[in-house]
Write a protein that binds this ligand. Structure first.
Ligand SMILES: [Zn+2]
Ligand SMILES: [Zn+2]
Ligand SMILES: [Zn+2]
Length: 327
């Protein structure tokens, strides 16, 4: 099951549109993919629209990446659509629960602490001061002399009063009123790249592609990923295999290892050693992002594996170049 998921994820990494979106995240151009509000159509993602071409393809594209564990989503907003015309240009009306009119006045209830009298805020107002209408004392300090005791609404149409209004929706496009029960409400999300994918995708194609390009430019024959048969008859896979001219005997192999924590453990060193023991390349490189553990370094030296530590793509290529030039 997990293997199938992994395979699907790898297929996604090869998708050109996925690569473009991920490169925006990995380069830092995009930290979070946030929807942009349009009063007529609701939320949309212009960045993704530009990649996939059609607005209708955006949602399936993002859901696919979320389902594959590449993108993480977070609830950003809820959008209300008119049930009649599907417009997102919908306003909220707070209505009278008795006659459903939205012509209501909202007011605060105030309580005079000393005498216990409670009434609407406007009945306490004398000019710009509060004076108790019952005992005529001036109220100075909130929570000492007086308290705000809640909200009180009065319906201008039926004159009834209530504390909790009923919400309703008004479509500014077709002027239809709809209730909460009738409303079409849709979740809108913002997206970020999952932490492990940041590292994984960097490994999977960014760095490999960059190194492959660098080696090809240097006149080497490159295979990536490469499946090589060892002396034992077993096949071993390497991230990159390259050789100069037409002499496969002078082969170099490169594996990449990355860690979302601080250091890469000795595990990839051991794995690479087991493979090169069987395949016997001229040289073997392990590129560790960002660092290799002390134990890993010792083992690499013992196994004659050239370990390269790099914070990023540029550093990795610069070190590899330097190492290839010193025969
Ligand atoms: Zn409408
Ligand atoms: Zn009313
Ligand atoms: Zn009073």
């Amino acid at each position: 099951m997990q293997k199938a998921e992994k395979k699907e994820t790898l297929a996604l990494y090869r998708d050109r549109n996925v690569q473009i979106l991920l490169s925006k995240f990995l380069s830092g151009e995009l930290e979070m993919l946030e929807p942009v509000y349009d009063p007529k159509t609701g939320y949309h993602y212009p960045v993704v629209e530009a990649i996939v071409g059609e607005a209708s393809k955006v949602e399936p594209f993002l859901s696919k990446l979320h389902a594959a564990g590449i993108l993480e989503k977070k609830l950003y907003d809820k959008i209300i659509f008119c049930p009649k015309c599907s417009s997102a240009d919908v306003s909220v009306h707070y209505c009278c629960p008795f006659c459903k009119s939205f012509n209501i006045q909202k007011s605060s209830l105030i309580e005079h602490v000393k005498c216990g009298y409670m009434d609407l805020e406007e009945n306490f107002l004398e000019g710009d001061k509060y004076v108790c209408p019952k005992c005529h004392e001036a109220l100075k300090k909130i929570d000492v002399d007086y308290k705000k005791a809640g909200i009180w609404c009065i319906c201008e149409d039926c004159s009834k009063s209530f504390d909790i209004p009923v919400p309703a929706h008004f479509c500014r496009n077709c002027h239809t009123n709809s209730t909460f029960e009738e409303a079409l409400i849709k979740d809108v999300y913002s997206y970020t790249l999952t932490e492990n994918v940041k590292a994984e995708s960097f490994l999977n194609w960014f760095l490999v592609a960059a190194i492959r390009e660098f080696l090809i430019k240097g006149g080497l024959t490159v295979e990536s990923p490469a499946l090589l048969k060892g002396k034992s008859g077993a096949n071993h896979s390497f991230d990159i295999m390259a050789y100069i001219g037409d002499d496969p005997q002078k082969m170099i192999v490169v594996d990449l290892a990355t860690s979302t924590e601080d250091v890469v453990s000795e595990q990839p060193v051991i794995a690479l050693f087991a493979k090169i023991f069987d395949v016997s390349p001229e040289r073997a490189y392990l590129i560790a992002i960002p660092k290799l553990s002390e134990n890993g370094k010792k083992m690499a030296e013992l196994y004659k594996i050239r370990a390269i530590e790099a914070e990023n793509q540029e550093e990795a290529i610069a070190s590899l170049k330097e190492s290839l030039n010193t025969v």
